[in-house]
Design a protein around this ligand. Structure first.
Ligand code: FES
Length: 571
């Protein structure tokens, strides 16, 4: 960028009336003239919101970013975008991921910004911001908010995955109302996002392994002062990235995506990783498809002993050396030369890392678990794919045939699952339809359905469950997710009936319903078009344009990029 006109100078460097307007209103904030005279202008894209508790500390984090930007000779401008709090937003935050990405894309392009810092935390805020930024492709760096401190309850460590355990204990009358209530505050005892290797932590690892953040971004706890140091350093670094013209497309190469996929296998990352990485690849123009996520063939072991696949929490992971220490162990599976936001290779980010606790970060020779990653299933029940996370599943159910017990909708499931009359035993396969991208809409995290109460009372803790929905990254079980095509667009899932025999063979990568092609075709002819939930607004737009899960569930017209050029100039 040295010697070239900064993008922001198309606004602030202008003469006459236009320049007057661009500068004058900035000056009402008490900004001295010299800040607008050729310094790189850095947008801080902030998802702060008190309705997104995981990101509620982001105004403070933004201040640290600003200190770094000023220090390096840049000028920071903080701007809000829609935020997505996983816990409060209804019907599901995923419905709005693409909307936020549009907000981010248009906010960046429309304003006098030379480089961007993305402040992300709660699950969807990371992919939404990265997707939007990719469609503009300016120099961009990610600062994650960091995980919560480990929860403490009755002398033991807890995190978000315990919500599912507590909930089952509560349903089975093993936990009282009072204990359930007290556990809430014990779990969420500090700022930050979920403390396990759920989707938020997976996303933080994703950006670090893609090269979009400085080293150690993934695991520094939100409450640790080093999180602010990282924000400060990121602020300084983005100014230099603008000067070097180091853009997202320089970093997000096919090799960078492959690095992220391999790292995700070794950390036991969330299944949501697939859907978000596919969407990001679609924005930056990298040819990635769902089969690229089938890491089982590469025998990547699970190195991180972190919940929900293991025992520990993100705070422990940081103390053990964090993602750099883990990536160092899998050096042979990393494209070492991919460039990162630091301007150096990804290998430079981890070469000097040390592991301080082998119980938390295993080695390739002595991993935490030889089973890792994500298996992509294919078969007549999911022609375009479905996903399963073996490390979160029960080994004895990885090859299983059972008769389907079908729930047509989420409401149908809720009304029946605890009904003592429900005709179900532990050999059955639970099938939930119409929770896909279009069908719900927004593909909620309901795929890890509760075990029917009468089986729970018998001590059953896992069953094969299949749906076109997603699962929380903190969830676990032998759960087949993201079935594509989904029921609402006439996928085979739509025609499954109670009693149909379903076979899951994880090792062979097969999901099959024992029906003839003729029977499937006959049943499909009787299907009605599901239509849309409403005939106006964003939900209509979403249902009309959302792509299937195996493509990343982006809106079809958002694929690709429009760059940073403003097409019309009204002043
Ligand atoms: Fe925000 Fe889990 S609820 S990361």
């Amino acid at each position: 960028m040295d010697g070239q006109l900064l993008r922001s100078q198309q606004w602030f460097g202008k003469k006459g009336k236009d320049g007057f307007i661009y500068r004058a209103w900035m000056k009402n904030q008490g900004i001295p003239a010299h800040e607008l005279q050729g310094k790189p202008v850095i947008g801080i894209c902030n998802t702060w919101s008190e309705l997104t508790p995981c990101n509620a500390h982001f105004r403070e984090l933004a201040e640290s970013v600003k200190h770094g930007i000023y220090e390096a000779g840049g000028f920071p401008v903080e701007f809000p975008v829609m935020s997505l709090g996983e816990t409060l937003i209804k019907p599901t935050a995923m419905l709005y991921r693409n909307l936020v990405s549009m907000d981010v894309e248009e906010s960046i392009r429309a304003n006098p910004i030379d480089g961007v810092v993305l402040l992300c935390g709660c699950d969807k805020t990371t992919p939404a911001l990265v997707m939007g930024a990719c469609s503009v492709n300016l120099p961009t760096i990610v600062v994650s908010g960091g995980p919560m401190l480990t929860g403490k309850y009755k002398g033991r460590d807890i995190g978000t995955s315990d919500v599912w355990r507590f909930s089952e204990d509560y349903r089975a009358n093993k936990m009282s109302d009072e204990e359930f209530y007290v556990a809430e505050a014990c779990m969420a005892r500090s700022r930050g996002h979920c403390a396990v290797m759920g989707t938020a932590s997976t996303m933080a690892c994703m950006v670090e392994s893609l090269g979009l953040s400085l080293a150690e971004n993934a695991a520094i706890p939100a409450a640790d002062s080093r999180r602010k140091v990282l924000a400060h350093l990121s602020g300084s670094r983005i100014v230099d990235m603008v000067r070097e013209d180091l853009k997202l497309s320089d970093i997000l190469t096919r090799e960078a995506f492959e690095n992220a996929i391999n790292v995700n296998a070794a950390i036991g990352g969330s299944t949501n990783f697939i859907i978000h990485l596919l969407a990001i690849a679609g924005r930056i123009g990298i040819d990635l498809n769902i089969d690229d996520f089938n890491t089982s063939a590469q025998n990547i072991p699970l190195l991180a002993n972190l919940q929900p696949s293991g025992k520990y929490f993100m705070e422990d992971f940081f103390y053990a050396g964090g993602l750099p220490a883990l990536m160092k162990e899998m050096d042979g599976l990393i494209h070492r030369d991919t460039i990162t936001v630091s301007g150096k290779s990804i290998a430079a980010n981890y070469e000097d890392a040390e592991c301080y606790n082998r119980d938390i970060i295993g080695t390739m020779d002595e991993p935490f678990n030889t089973v890792s990653g994500i298996v992509i299933l294919k078969g007549n029940l999911c022609e375009n794919g479905a996903v399963l996370k073996p490390s979160a599943a029960t080994p004895g159910l990885m090859k299983h045939s059972g008769k389907a017990v079908v729930f047509e909708t989420i409401e149908d499931y809720r009304s029946k699952i605890d009904d003592p009359e429900l005709d179900v035993d532990e050999t059955n396969v639970l099938v939930l339809k119409n929770v896909g991208p279009k069908g719900y809409p927004g593909m909620p995290e309901v795929g890890n359905m509760s075990i029917p109460k009468k089986l729970l009372d018998k001590g059953i803790t896992d069953m094969v469950r299949i749906s076109d929905g997603r699962m929380s990254g903190t969830g676990f079980g032998t759960v087949v997710l993201h079935v594509s095509p989904e029921a609402a667009v006439g996928g085979t899932l739509a025609i499954v009936q109670d009693g149909d025999m379903i076979t899951l063979d994880v090792h062979a990568g097969v999901l099959h319903v024992e029906l003839s092609d003729e029977e499937i075709t006959k049943r499909k002819q009787l299907l009605n078009d599901a239509g849309t939930l409403t005939n106006r607004g964003y939900v209509w737009l979403y249902q009309t344009h959302v792509e299937q899960a195996h493509l990343g569930a982006d809106l079809d017209f958002l694929r690709g990029a429009s760059g940073s050029e403003v097409l019309r100039d009204s002043h």
